[in-house]
Design a protein around this ligand. Structure first.
Ligand code: ATP
Length: 328
C-alpha cells in the first residue's frame, strides 16, 4: 500500500454558459494503510475530487502523488497516471457493471488488465475475488441484472480489488442500499482494511458510516476542505464553524452508535443546515458564509458561518471576520 497525497487540486468545470470552480486548491493526505473520510453536503465537490484523482474529471491544476511519486492524470511526463494504482468504486454499481458480461468475465477482464501492469501483485481468480467480498463462487456465472444492490456493490468492490490497487476511493458506496445492507458493506470494508491494509478515501454523506471506517475525516464545503481532524476529535471537538454546524445538526453523533450501525433515517448523516449551500456557478464576493459580511453581499441566506476563521490557530484571518457570529 502507498500513501495518497493531493496537492492544491483545482477543478474548473464547464456548465453550459460559463465555467465555475468546483474544487478550489484542495489538499489532503491519506497515510499508507489509513482511511480518511470525506464528508459534506450535496454539491460540495466530494465526487468531483474522487473523479479528478482517477482522471474522470478534468484537473485544472494540482498534483496527485502516490508515496510521493507524481501520478497526476494528464501530466505530460507521466506515462500511466494513477492507472490501476488508484481504483474508485461508485455509488451506482448498476451502471458501472456491463450488463452483458457475467460477473466472472467482468472480474477476469479486470484481472487481465492488472496483469499488464508490471508492478501488479499476483491477481487472484474470479472465485477468490468473490470470496474476498463475501459472495459465493457460483455468482461468477450470472449477470449483474440478477444481483441485489448489495451484491452488485460487492462485485464492484471485487473488480476494483482485482488490480490490487494501492489506494481505493469509495464514493457513497452504501448510500443507495437498505440499512442492513449498508451495515454489512461497512463491516466488509472494515474487514478488508484489516486483511489487505488498504489505503482508502471514503466519500459519504453518512458521517456514522465514515466514522466507523475512518481514522480521520475531512469536511468539505463549497469546493474547499474546511477542516481535517482525527475522527473522534472532529466529532468530539469540532473547530471549524461549519463542522460545528454540521455536527450540531446531528445530535446522535455525540451519543453511542455501534460500529457500522444502519442509519435508515439519516440521523447520523450531516443534517440539513438552514439555507442552501452556495451555488458554485455564482462567484461569491468576500466571505462565502456570512450573510452580513461587510466585504460583500452574500447569496446564501441563513448561513451564519464564516470560513475565514482558521480552526488550526483560532486566528481571525481577516478584518471582516469580526462580523461572524461564530468567531465573535
Ligand atoms: N460534469 C459536470 N459538469 C458540470 N458541473 C458538474 C459536473 N459534475 C459535477 N458538477 C457540479 O459540481 C458541483 C460539485 O458536484 P459533486 O458531485 O462533486 O458534489 P458532491 O459533494 O459529490 O455531491 P453529492 O454528494 O450530491 O454527490 C455541483 O455543483 C455539481 O452540479
Amino acid at each position: 500500500m502507498r500513501s495518497l497525497t493531493l496537492r492544491e487540486i483545482t477543478v474548473r468545470l464547464d456548465a453550459g454558459r460559463r465555467a465555475f470552480t468546483a474544487l478550489d486548491r484542495v489538499s489532503l493526505h491519506v497515510a499508507r494503510g489509513s482511511v480518511v473520510g470525506l464528508v459534506g453536503e450535496s454539491g460540495s465537490g466530494k465526487s468531483t475530487l474522487g473523479r479528478a484523482v482517477v482522471g474522470l474529471a478534468p484537473l485544472t491544476s494540482g498534483r496527485v502523488l502516490l508515496d510521493g511519486q507524481d501520478v497526476t492524470p494528464g501530466r505530460r511526463r507521466r506515462r500511466s497516471g494513477p492507472g490501476l494504482g488508484i481504483q474508485m468504486v461508485l455509488q451506482d454499481s448498476y451502471s458501472a457493471l456491463d450488463p452483458q458480461l457475467t460477473i466472472g468475465r467482468t472480474l477476469d477482464e479486470a484481472r487481465q488488465a492488472a496483469l499488464l501492469r508490471p508492478a501488479t501483485l499476483a491477481a487472484q481468480s474470479a472465485g477468490e475475488l468473490l470470496e474476498l467480498v463475501g459472495l459465493d463462487h457460483a455468482l461468477a456465472a450470472v449477470r449483474p441484472g440478477t444481483l441485489s444492490g448489495g451484491q452488485r456493490q460487492r462485485v464492484a468492490l471485487a473488480r476494483a480489488l482485482a488490480s490490487r490497487p494501492e489506494v481505493l476511493i469509495l464514493d457513497e458506496v452504501t448510500s443507495a442500499l437498505d440499512a442492513s445492507v449498508q451495515s454489512a458493506i461497512i463491516n466488509l470494508l472494515r474487514d478488508l482494511r484489516g486483511t489487505l491494509g488498504l489505503t482508502m478515501l471514503v466519500i459519504g454523506h453518512n458521517l456514522a458510516a465514515v466514522r466507523h471506517l475512518a481514522d480521520s475525516v475531512a469536511v468539505m464545503y463549497a469546493g474547499q476542505i474546511v477542516e481535517t481532524a482525527p475522527t473522534e476529535r472532529l466529532i468530539g471537538d469540532p473547530r471549524h464553524p461549519y463542522t460545528k454546524a454540521l455536527l450540531g445538526a446531528v445530535p446522535r453523533l455525540n451519543g453511542s452508535v455501534s460500529p457500522g450501525a444502519p442509519d435508515p433515517d439519516g440521523a447520523n448523516s450531516p443534517g440539513k443546515l438552514p439555507g442552501e449551500p452556495p451555488d458554485p456557478h455564482v462567484p461569491l464576493p468576500g466571505c462565502r458564509f456570512h450573510p452580513q459580511c461587510p466585504v460583500g453581499p452574500l447569496a446564501v441566506p441563513d448561513r451564519t458561518i464564516c470560513t475565514t476563521h482558521d480552526p488550526r490557530t483560532d486566528a481571525r484571518l481577516r478584518p471582516h471576520q469580526t462580523a461572524c457570529h461564530f468567531a465573535a
